[in-house]
Design a protein around this ligand. Structure first.
Ligand SMILES: Nc1nc2c(ncn2[C@@H]2O[C@H](COP(=O)(O)OP(=O)(O)OP(=O)(O)O)[C@@H](O)[C@H]2O)c(=O)[nH]1
Ligand SMILES: [Mg+2]
Length: 394
């Protein structure tokens, strides 16, 4: 009798936890679909306003400030030491970042000194299609000249296109102590805003970041710059918030695997160590997959990252780091307590809903782009017919 009772109790608790999981999952999928329908409206509005499908990111700053090094380290996996041998850039180098990753933009690396008064330099055309302007200042050098260049660049760009995001990278901070870093950032921020106030341009907003190619700070700063260019960001954050609160997860990042830029995270604050750990985990997964995961006969056929990619790492402080594939280019990396990981089934089900929602978000994007292409094609053919009629003597 006792045994039966015990069993009954157990089965009741089991069914309770099952129904709890089910209701949690249901509430998650419901909220996901709700935010999705909201999102499609926001997407249409944003994209329509900007009219720019692939934004441009400009890297500007004085000579030897580190612009090309940043581009090579973040997007070409160049090791920081190799940048010592980079040659000075003598013409604008454009690169399309969208080919191998989810984040889609063009990056333009400028030579150190651009002469805005040079008639061959059409800065109006350049600034008109720009989403973000990154101005790099070498913190190990005297920055008086860099600040006046920053002022000139920002005011020119703002006149042409007030929607540009102005991002100032206080770069090469690897040689500075923590106190020194904060002091430099405060000083540069103060002087730059004083210059803008003197020109009565306080409305121009500058964002400042302390960066170095010798640690993860450059990836983190670039992540924040890129996030501002993703119109879907609020939706992605919302979906992540719903996902973690229903799955007992403490922190979740959505990573672009190739560049290790995180395109979104939930609304809890990001600390540098957690971010570094995610980057290391992605490296481990890709490295192990490259060595052991590709087909033996022809390794060139497979990809080290595909829909089966996933990894679980248990840290010695009872934290679990869980990586799962979301799309061809995106991975989700989550941090959670060991106790919460016992409900892996629920987490996986919620993740399944999350992945579906992300897919739908990007389907909407593709649809909007397709419609826009069709519309402009139609407009062009209408114009051509109108011209043809005008040219007709009858
Ligand atoms: N210590 C340190 N050195 C860096 C960092 N980033 C770049 N450098 C070094 O700065 C030097 C100049 O780097 P570049 O990337 O060529 O600079 P640039 O701004 O492209 O220069 P131009 O093309 O001449 O305008 C190189 O020797 C890099 O190794 C950094 O974060 N820390
Ligand atoms: Mg360069």
């Amino acid at each position: 009798l006792v045994l039966i009772r015990l069993n009954k109790r157990r089965s009741r608790s089991l069914s309770l936890s099952l129904s709890l999981s089910l209701s949690l999952s249901l509430s998650l999928s419901l909220s996901l679909s709700l935010s999705l329908s909201l999102f499609s409206l926001v997407l249409g509005f944003n994209e329509g306003l900007s009219g720019e499908v692939k934004p441009r990111v400009l890297l500007m700053g004085l000579r030897r400030s580190g612009k090309s090094s940043i581009q090579k380290v973040v997007f070409h996996k160049m090791s920081p030491n190799e940048t010592l041998f980079l040659e000075s850039t003598n013409k604008i180098c454009r690169e399309d970042v969208s080919s191998s990753s989810f984040v889609s933009f063009q990056i333009w690396d400028f030579p150190g000194q651009i002469d805005f008064f040079d008639p061959t330099f059409d800065y109006e055309m350049i600034f008109r299609g720009t989403g973000a302007l990154i101005f790099v200042i070498d913190s190990q050098d005297d920055y008086v000249e860099a600040l006046s260049r920053l002022h000139l660049t920002v005011t020119r760009a703002y006149k042409v296109n007030p929607d540009i995001h102005f991002e100032v990278f206080i770069h090469k901070v690897d040689g500075l102590s923590d106190d020194h870093k904060i002091e430099k950032q405060g000083d540069i921020r103060r002087r730059a805003s004083d210059d803008l106030a003197d020109a009565r341009l306080e409305r121009i907003h500058l964002s400042f970041y302390l960066t170095s190619i010798y640690d993860h700070s450059i990836f983190e700063a670039f992540s924040k710059v890129v996030q501002k260019l993703i119109p879907q960001l609020p939706t992605l954050e919302n979906l992540l918030n719903i996902f973690i609160s229903n799955s007992g997860i403490e922190k979740a990042f959505l990573f672009d695997v190739v560049s290790k830029i995180y395109i979104a995270t939930d609304s809890s604050p990001v600390d540098m160590q957690t971010y570094e750990l995610c980057c290391d985990m992605i490296d481990v997964v890709i490295d192990i997959s490259c060595i052991y995961g590709l087909a033996e006969e022809d390794p060139a056929v497979g990809s080290p990252y595909d829909k089966d990619s996933m990894a679980i790492i248990r840290l010695n402080n009872t934290t679990v780091v869980y990586l799962k594939e979301v799309t061809k280019f995106l991975a989700m990396v989550c941090f959670l307590r060991e106790e919460s990981f016992e409900r892996k089934g629920l987490i996986d089900y919620n993740f399944h809903c999350f992945r579906k929602a992300i897919q739908e978000v990007f389907d909407v994007r593709v649809e909007v782009q397709k419609n826009r292409k069709l519309l402009s094609q139609r407009r062009r053919s209408k114009q051509a017919t109108a011209n043809g009629v005008a040219g007709n003597p009858h």
